[in-house]
Write a protein that binds this ligand. Structure first.
Ligand code: FCB
Length: 458
């Protein structure tokens, strides 16, 4: 075949073998075993056991019992055929009081998990913080206390000293904006604060912890691919008025800018600078501005906002229009937000490769008699989002991977167990796992590199 013919033949595959397909999970959402193996309490144990904080009082005591069933869960990963698995290390399992004293049983758990992944040819992508701060550190101020920056760096170094000979991809923090806003300002997540100062302090300390820990791990010269994960979303103004545009710009600064701006430009957005700078010491922002080896984007939807003079902050979130499709979370299904956000992130980050580290949807799955779930809507959501990844790649965005949230139905934070995001249905009373239609769809995609039509997969 001549070269010119080869060039004009449309590629059969949408994605080449070098593209990373994965699924993501987080320790508190799946592990359970809250009092097993020497684990200490985390802020999520305390928060979820506080009456009124989570839907129906759900908590992560048992969750998917992954701590005891991880071998079965690795079998699912093998069956799915993916190349990478993103999980988080529970800080209070590793170091129960968060003071650096290590719990050998905790280390052994992750040690075996990493070996088990490598045995089945799945690359471990390790996230160092997915929201379960040791309660002992919260009692000293948590993320609002500057000392946490050192504690986190020490913890990261301790984990990597044990697992770093087998783990290459490391994410420092998962969604610091959600930790700051939902945990410290809106009181919806642990530690359940509604305190502007705590929010501002935590926001800055999360950024500082990212920069300092990157330096610390880089100094070890072990060649790890170090990245961090932000939840970014396009913010749409409700109307054409200047006030709505200003409200959108403010929310964009708070949601997206407070963590992306210091990382890429060493500055806080003009709109939030005055609030945050009280916690900034000389040299801090220089150590936050760091090139990453890769950037993790979590994206589910987009935000809509309008000016509202009666609200404390002058704006309010607007519900999606009536005709819009939404998931069980009430989040608008907006696949085009993914390609848009990928392009915008790439423009800000320069040459840094991007990985979609979370994308997925909760629906009210209705299992059949043998617990089979025909989740066409989730499958379709995923199909449309993966098509947007493809279009972003075609537009020149360096997207290197895509991870579905999540492998299993799990504890969805303050929303509890009723919000199911899994490719695999979990029957909580029996802990039986049953792959859904979306699992089979993803399996085909991963195997072939071609995006299957959701309707064609039974
Ligand atoms: C993200 C979280 C993840 C999960 C999904 C639905 O914000 O990182 O743990 O809860 O939302």
């Amino acid at each position: 075949m001549s070269a010119s013919v080869a060039r004009s033949t449309p590629p059969e595959r949408h994605f080449s073998d070098s593209f990373t397909w994965g699924v993501s999970t987080a320790a508190y959402q799946i592990e359970g075993a809250f009092d097993q193996g020497g684990r200490g309490p985390s802020i999520w144990d305390v928060f979820s056991h506080t009456p009124g904080k989570t839907a129906r009082g759900d908590n992560g005591d048992v969750a998917c019992d992954h701590y005891n069933r991880w071998r079965e869960d690795l079998e699912l990963l093998r069956e799915l055929g993916i190349g990478a698995y993103r999980f988080s290390v529970a800080w209070p399992r590793w170091s129960p009081a968060g003071n650096g004293r290590v719990n050998p049983e905790g280390c052994e758990f992750y040690d075996r998990l990493v070996d088990g992944l490598l045995d089945i040819g799945v690359a471990p992508w390790l996230c160092l913080y997915h929201w379960d701060l040791p309660q002992a550190l919260q009692e000293r101020g948590g993320w609002a206390d500057r000392d946490v920056v050192e504690r986190f760096s020490d913890h990261a170094a301790s984990v990597m000293a044990v697992l770093g000979d087998r783990v290459e991809h490391v994410a420092l923090l998962n969604e610091p904006n959600v930790v700051g806003l939902l945990g410290h300002l809106l009181g919806l997540h642990a530690p359940g604060l509604s305190d502007l100062d705590a929010y501002a302090a935590a926001t800055h300390h999360l950024n500082l912890a990212t920069g300092k820990t990157l330096d610390r791990l880089r100094r070890e010269g072990r060649g790890w691919a170090l990245g961090t994960i932000l939840n970014l979303q396009p913010v749409l103004a409700q109307g054409d008025s200047e006030d709505d545009a200003a409200a959108a710009a403010l929310l964009d600064a708070v949601w997206n800018g407070n963590h992306l701006d210091p990382l890429v430009s060493g500055r806080y957005p003009a709109a939030t600078e005055a609030l945050l700078e009280r916690f900034v010491r000389e040299g801090d922002l220089e150590s936050v501005k760091r090139p990453l080896d890769w950037f993790g984007l979590n994206l589910y939807s987009q935000l809509r906002v309008a000016a509202d003079p009666s609200s404390l902050v002058g704006l309010r979130l607007v519900e999606p229009p009536e005709e819009a499709e939404t998931t069980a979370m009430g989040w608008e299904v907006a696949p085009e937000a993914l390609s848009r956000q990928l392009k915008e992130a790439q423009a800000r980050l320069g040459e840094v490769p991007i990985v979609v580290t979370e994308n997925g949807a909760a629906y009210r799955d209705r299992p059949g008699p043998d617990l089979e779930v025909d989740d066409l809507r989730r499958t379709n959501y995923l199909e449309r989002h993966v098509r947007e990844v493809l279009s972003a790649r075609e537009a020149g965005v360096d997207v290197r991977g895509y991870f579905v949230w999540s492998l299993l139905d799990n504890f969805e934070w303050h929303e509890g167990y009723a919000r199911r995001f899994g490719l695999v249905y979990v029957d909580y009373p029996t802990q039986r796992r049953v792959p859904k239609r979306s699992f089979r769809w993803y399996q085909q995609l991963v195997r072939s590199g071609v995006i299957p039509r959701s309707e064609d997969v039974a």
